[in-house]
Design a protein around this ligand. Sequence first.
Ligand code: CDP
Ligand code: MG
Length: 695
Amino acid sequence: MSQFWKPGTEKPRLVDDEEGGVLFFTPSPSFSSGYGYASIEKQRQRLPVYKYRTAILYLVDTHATTIIVGETGSGKTTQIPQYLKEAGWADGGRVIVCTQPRRLAVQSVASRVAEEMGVKLGEEVGYTIRFEDVSNPDVTRVKFLTDGVLLREMMDDPLLTKYSVIMVDEAHERSTSTDILLGLLKKIQRRRPELRLIISSATIEARLMSDFFRRSKKRRDHESDEPGPQVEPAILSVEGRGFNVEINYAEEPAPDYVQAAVSTVLLIHEREPAGDILVFLTGQDDIDAAVQLLTEEVRTNGKKSSGFIVLPLYSGLPRADQELVFSPTPRGKRKVVISTNIAETSLTLEGIVYVVDSGFSKQRFYNPISDIENLVMVPISRASARQRAGRAGRVRPGKCYRLYTEEYFLKHMSDAAIPEIQRSNLVSCIIQLKALGIDNILGFDWPASPSPEAMIRALEVLYSLGVLDDDAKLISPTGFQMAEIPLDPMISKMIIASNQFGCSEEIITIAAVLSIQSIWVSARGIQREMDEAKLRFAAAEGDHVTFLNIYKGFLQSGKSSQWCHKNFINYHSMKKVLEIRGQLKRIAQRIGIALKSCESDVQVVRKAVTAGFFANACRLEAYSHNGMYKTIRGSQEVYIHPSSVLFRVNPKWVIYTSLVSTDKQYMRNVSTIDPSWLMEAAPHFYQQQRPHHLH
Ligand code: CDP
Ligand code: MG
C-alpha cells in the first residue's frame, strides 16, 4: 500500500487565512465536553445559531428577505424552522416550509427535527419528496421538501398561500430548481407582502443574493404606500462552527483516485482510532469499484482490515439500501460509506469522524451549439471541498483527507461551481415555467441567466414535442400532462406516446431503467465474461429492447439475486428499477395512461422511444469496426459505446437516450430506428428544418 501523507502532515494544521479559516476552530469548552450525551434541549442550545435566535426572529419579522450565512453544522437547517414555529409563524393554520436540493437530505432533516420537537414524523413535522408525501395538510406546521416539489406545488397554488415563511436552504448549491424558485419567489413577494423568505447556506455569496432580491424592484404604485416589511434584504452571518476538522492534503496528486481512496481508507483503519469513514467519489461505477476493492481487501487480508462494513451511497440505490448509512455502527466495527455528492450537504451521519475527498464529482454539462448534454467528471469547487470536510465534525471533532494537494486546492480549484442552470439543457425548466404561466422566458428575472442559445434550443425542442403552439404558449393536454410528470420531458413524452402505441408497460420499464446509471455490475477485469452475459439478452433492435429482456428474465427468476450475480446484472439496480417502475405506474394512471403491454411487438416500443427522443437521432457516416455517426440535429460526431449491444453492429439509423463523453462522445443506450418514424414523431423538427438530412 502506498503512502499518501508525508510523515508529519497528519498533525493538525492551524487556522489558515487562505483557507478562509472555515474548518479550523478551537472548540469552546461547552463544545468539547460530553458530546453525544446531552439532552436534546442542551444540544440545541449549544449550536452556534442559538445565540442568534432573537436576531433571526427580529430580522424575519421586519424584512421581506433575510439572508443567513453560517458554517456547516451551525444549526441553520434544523433550528431556524423550529425558532419560527416557536415564534408563532405557524399559528392560524399557516405552514413554515424549508427546501433542500436533495431528497435524501429532506428526509433526514425532517426526521431529526421531528425527533427534536418530540413529535411523530408526518404530523406536526412532515416532508414531501418526489413520489412520496409524508405530511398532513391538516396538522403539518413545519414542512421540508425538495425545491423541485415546491415548484410543482406552485402549479396548484401559484402564490404558495399556505406558507408564511419559505426558507430556501443550501442555496449555494445553485441547482436549477433553486434558481427558478428564487426567481419565482421574488415575483410572489411582490404580490404577498406578508410572506417572508429566508435564504440560507454555508458558503453563499450573500452579496450576490442580496443584490438579486434588491435589484429592479419595480414596485407598483399601489404597493408603495402599503405598510410592510423592509424590501432591502437583511444579511446575517452566524459565527461559530461545529467541531474541529483537521485537514490533510495529499503530497502528490493521485494517479488513480479510486485506488488512492481505498488505500487511504485502509490507512485510516490501521492508524486511527474508532470512527466511521465517509468517502466521496463521483458515481455508481467508481463507487462500485471501490466497494469491490475494499471487500476484496477484507477477504484476502483478513486480519488487518476486518471490522469494516462497506456501504455504497448514490441516487440509483434502492431506498432501503440508502437508509443503511443512517443505521448505528455495531460496536467494534467501522462503517465506510462510499458516496457521490448526495452526501455533500445537509446530511449528518452521526458516526462519521473521517472524510476522504477524491476532489471530483460528476456534473452535467450542456453545449447548446452541439445540443449535447452529458455528465462529465470535473474537479469540485473549494465550496464543495469545505462542505465535504464538514461532514466530519458534526457531532465530534474529525479529520478530512483530501486526495489532492494543498496547492491544487488553493490555486486551481474554483471558488464555487457554475450554477446548474448555466450548464444544463433547459427543456425541463422551460416547460415548468410555461406551465406556471411565465411566458416571457427571456425576460424572466434569473439569479443567473442561462444562455439565449440554450433557451432557443429548448424552445425548438418543446415546439417539436408538440408542447408549445406557434406563439410559444403551452398547449394542453400533452404540455400540461408533461409538466405533471416529474421526469426529463423526453422520457415523459415517450411515456405519453406509449399510450397511443399500446406499449405503456414496456415503456415504463424502459423509463425506469433509464433513470438509473447502469443495470450492469461495474467491476474491473471481467469484460469478457460480461460481454458473454450481455449476449444472452441482446436484441437486434438495440439496448432498449435488451432492457426488456433483462427485466423479463429478472421477473422469471423470481427477482433472484443469484440470477443477477450469474448474469453480471446489478441486483441493487434491478430493485431500484422495480421501485421506480411502481412510482411511474401510479403517475401514468393519474394522468390517464392505460397500462397495456404490446407483448412481442417491439417495433412499437422503438416508435414510442423515438416519439420522445427524436432529437437524438443519428446516421452512420463512416463504416469501420466502430462506425462514426453524426447527429441529425447538430452534425456532431458520436460513436456507439462499447457497453451497447449495438457496438460494432453499426446500423444505419439509430437513436440514443444517453450520452457519455470520455475521449469521444459515446451513445450509451441505443436503438435502431427507421428514419420515417422521425417524420411521424416530429414533422416540424425534421421536415421543415433539415429535409435533406433524411435521405
Ligand atoms: O444546517 P447546518 O449545517 O447549519 O446544521 P444542521 O443540519 O442544522 O445541524 C446542526 C447540528 O445538529 C449538527 O452539526 C449535529 O451536531 C446535530 N445533528 C445531529 O446530531 N443529528 C442529525 N441527524 C442532525 C443534526
Ligand atoms: Mg444545513
